[in-house]
Design a protein around this ligand. Structure first.
Ligand code: GLA
Length: 389
């Protein structure tokens, strides 16, 4: 499906009008390292992909807000005063949640027609939901002159997901979707929201995303449970140190006080978080120094910690990673995103790409009975308005 077809579909569905129509795009993301650290106030290192969600939007003269997607059959037509009503389990909760946040800020909305088209595989852990939120947020911000900057837009998208959709996600996905830069990753301190754009100098290596094709519903998954476990760890550690997030403790210090956590599972969850935050900072240093092999090694260690301590991988992700690491020319491979299915990201020598896709693909089918999909990641810019027509 291309953009011309999307625009034609918009006119077919909603008809012609004297008002301008706008085409927006917001990308999905792949996180290179720093997993399950964002909601703990730690570092993440994601980049925006060149696939994401397109949105065609046009203001109406009345109060009706219509939402449709070329990916899903479900549509919604609601009066602007009726935005707060949730549509159980439906994709429209993402854009509705965003509109609801703008209303809370006092933005005067009118009716509008919206048509979405996404090319991020759904539920693959590449932030299809954040890309819907951010495409909507940027469009509303600009069409209704709400005056939010990029960081405020990311925060608004996160609030929509937390409060309306009911997934307690951190800020990483929305931030990457707004602030991404072509051929670069973002080192983001999720506590202060200070960030650095880091050019990805990968030389003869490419980032390959491998999709387990095991669907992963964030809301149904154990994501919220992991967050609660981290909060529990903070509660125990507060007996000896006044912290509100795990990200406030350095790794060395953690080992001095971890006996305060009586529950072994909670202790392992916390250990993943504090070690992952350090790995993320170290990995970026290695990357900047041109030590790609060490960067890849830290990706491997990150996966192993997510598997053993945080327990968010599962047989499909572990199989893809293990098969990837057997291929010559693979210097790092790990799960990316929330886990429990979804995708892995691997650093692969360019001359091994075909071999990688063939061998990992075959061995994965043999071991799991599932067929994986592979994408060479193209790192693109953050959300933007593409055209007015
Ligand atoms: C999901 C969430 C993010 C982040 C990752 C795990 O993608 O939306 O906020 O917590 O999982 O790193």
């Amino acid at each position: 499906m291309d953009i011309t077809t999307l625009k034609r579909n918009f006119i077919d569905r909603y008809g012609k009008s004297a008002s301008d129509s706008f085409l927006y795009f917001a990308p999905g993301r792949v996180n290179l390292i720093g997993e399950h650290t964002d909601y703990n106030g730690g570092y993440v290192f994601p980049c925006a992909l060149n696939f994401g969600t397109y949105l065609v939007i046009r203001k109406r003269d009345d109060d009706l807000i219509s939402m449709a997607s070329l990916n899903f059959e479900y549509t919604a037509s609601v009066n602007k005063k009726d935005i707060v009503r949730k549509h159980e389990g439906q994709w429209v909760n993402y854009p509705l949640g965003v509109l609801n946040e703008f209303i809370k800020l006092g933005t005067e909305l009118s009716g509008m027609d919206m048509l979405f088209l996404g090319n991020v595989p759904n539920g693959a852990g590449l932030s299809s939901s954040a890309s819907i939120e951010i495409a909507t947020a940027l469009a509303i911000n600009e069409l209704y002159s709400a005056g939010l900057d990029g960081i405020a837009l990311a925060q608004l998208g996160q609030r929509a997901e937390n409060l309306f959709v009911g997934v307690n996600c951190g800020i990483m996905d929305q931030f990457a979707s707004v602030m991404g830069k072509k051929d670069a990753a973002i080192l983001l301190d999720c506590n202060t929201l200070q960030y650095k754009i880091v050019l990805l100098k990968l030389g003869d290596y490419k980032l390959i995303i491998s999709n387990t094709n095991k669907r992963r519903g964030l809301a149904d998954s154990k994501y919220n449970e992991r967050r609660a476990e981290c909060e529990k760890a903070v509660e125990y550690l507060r007996k000896v140190k006044n912290i509100s997030l795990l990200g406030e403790i350095a790794e060395d210090e953690f080992y001095l006080i971890d006996q305060q956590i009586p529950d072994e599972t909670i202790k392992r969850r916390a250990r993943h978080v504090v070690t992952e935050i350090k790995r993320t900072v170290d990995a970026v240093k290695e990357l900047n120094a041109g030590n790609l092999t060490e960067f890849g090694n830290l990706m491997n260690v990150s996966h192993d910690s997510l598997r053993d301590d945080y327990e968010v991988t599962g047989i499909e992700l572990d199989t893809l990673v293990m098969e990837a690491r057997k291929i010559q020319g693979v210097i790092g491979s790990r799960m990316t995103g929330a886990g429990f299915g979804g995708c892995t990201v691997s650093l692969v020598a360019e001359n091994q790409l075909d071999n990688f896709i063939r061998s990992v693909g075959n061995n994965y089918i043999e071991k799991t009975g599932l067929k994986a999909d592979f994408y060479v990641a193209e790192i693109g810019d953050g959300a933007k308005c593409i055209e007015t027509f």
